[in-house]
Write a protein that binds this ligand. Structure first.
Ligand SMILES: CC(=O)SCCNC(=O)CCNC(=O)[C@H](O)C(C)(C)COP(=O)(O)OP(=O)(O)OC[C@H]1O[C@@H](n2cnc3c(N)ncnc32)[C@H](O)[C@@H]1OP(=O)(O)O
Ligand SMILES: O=C([O-])CC(=O)C(=O)O
Length: 377
């Protein structure tokens, strides 16, 4: 019997993360996500995923300098981005630019572990620069180089907005990146591993992942959550009535439900806290109030139906990114920046112990047919 959507099928062993979906727990390499979100930076989490250990201060300094060194886009890539349509989906722009990076790398096809580790750093450093450059170019602004004295999250916000963000905003961005960095055998990671399983190169594998993350059932849901919040806000309709109406029409409410979590996603809890803090500072709590209302109605409705559908990581990230001033259609691209270390950490595992990934299918079509000559059909 086919496992539709490969639910419950285990396809690899991994040291990277584990999810207890029944109680809503997530660990990266043994550390609880809540602990990591409160006490580490994105750079430390990248190091953890690629090395299995958190860095010492000296290791972190060296590693962060290495990441920064690769954060400037080569002129050919900037030129390419200038020629992208200004109304393209940002995920299409990022997918295309990341794919193009492979053409400029003379060692693109080197899948030795040493080379894959180098590419993991390079791609993680380049992705925020690509997202920021596309955002600036489509708004008629000049792309900016990163600043050598800023950390990863601060540099992304600087390259995007052209000014340095305050400490609360930088820390909010940093925590959001930590929370999105890795999540087991999710669809985009699986896509990356399938591509790597053919011994294709790292750029091809992360391009597969980017294409997969874009879908609204996966990373694309954060854009859809914001669309929903805006739609409800603009309609002036009661949010409860809107949600009930959507559910009775057979629609899924974006930002809810998960293949693995049958309890609240622990990342949603941290993001809710972040949203609260940053919105209070901005003096604008509209999106959070609306999100809370939707969550309450969903809880009531799902309880009535006996379904374990709770907010996922995409639900509150929409309010957080929006309050950070990030354009709505960039949200999935921001997710991609954060997931790059997770994807590449999985590639390190895949290349180190590879076997072609090739599942089977149950054939349910007809058999024993004979071709009727074309002229007689
Ligand atoms: C980063 C991430 O990828 S997190 C997920 C982001 N995606 C979203 O937020 C999109 C909305 N959510 C969904 O579409 C789904 O919950 C998925 C795709 C995430 C998980 O899908 P699956 O594990 O295949 O669950 P499936 O779609 O079969 O849903 C199971 C049941 O819950 C219901 N359900 C699932 N999600 C929702 C939702 N968001 N709203 C309402 N009902 C839902 C389904 O209708 C289904 O009901 P049924 O059994 O009566 O037919
Ligand atoms: O794990 C999944 O199925 C989806 C995902 O990437 C996440 O929740 O971060």
């Amino acid at each position: 019997m086919a496992a539709k959507g490969l639910e419950g099928v285990v396809v690899a062993q991994s040291r990277l993360s584990d999810i207890n979906g029944e109680v809503g727990e997530l660990i990266y390499a043994g550390y609880d996500i809540d602990d990591l979100a409160r006490n580490t930076t994105f750079e430390e989490v990248c190091y953890l995923l690629w090395n299995g250990e958190l860095p010492t201060p000296t290791q972190l300094e060296e590693f962060s300098a290495h990441l920064r060194k690769h954060a400037t886009l080569r002129p050919e890539v900037v030129e390419m981005i200038r020629n992208y349509p200004t109304d393209a989906d940002p995920m299409a722009a990022v997918r295309t630019a990341v794919s193009a990076l492979g053409m400029f790398d003379p060692d693109a096809d080197d899948i030795s572990i040493e080379s894959v580790r180098h590419k993991a750093i390079f791609l993680t450093a380049q992705t925020p620069a690509i997202v920021a450059a596309y955002e600036r170019v489509r708004n008629g602004k000049e792309p900016l180089d990163p600043k050598p004295d800023l950390g990863f999250a601060a540099n992304f916000l600087y390259m995007l907005n052209g000014e340095e963000a305050n400490e609360t905003r930088v820390r909010t961005m940093d925590v959001a990146l930590v929370l999105h960095a890795e999540h087991g055998m999710n669809a985009s990671t699986f896509a990356a591993r399938v591509t790597a399983g053919t011994l294709a190169d790292v750029y091809s594998a992360v391009t597969s992942a980017l294409g997969t993350l874009k879908g609204p059932s996966h990373g694309g849901a954060n854009v859809e959550v914001m669309n929903m919040l805006r739609e409800i806000d603009e309609s002036g309709e009661d949010p409860g009535a809107w949600v009930r109406n959507a559910l009775s029409g057979g629609k899924k409410v974006m930002g809810f439900g998960h293949r693995v979590y049958k309890a609240t996603d622990p990342r949603a809890t941290v993001l809710r806290e972040l949203a609260d803090k940053i919105m209070a500072e901005a003096g604008e709590t509209r999106w959070l109030d609306l999100s809370d209302r939707i969550r309450a109605v969903m809880a009531e409705e799902m309880e009535k139906k006996g379904k374990k559908i709770y907010p996922n990581v995409d639900f509150f990230s929409a309010s957080v990114y929006s309050t950070l001033g990030i354009s709505m259609d960039l949200f999935t691209a921001v997710f991609a920046i954060a997931r790059m270390p997770g994807w590449t950490a999985h590639l390190l595992e895949q290349y180190a112990d590879n076997r072609l990934i090739r599942p089977g299918s149950d054939y349910i079509g007809p058999r024993d047919r004979k071709v009727t000559p074309l002229s007689e059909r």
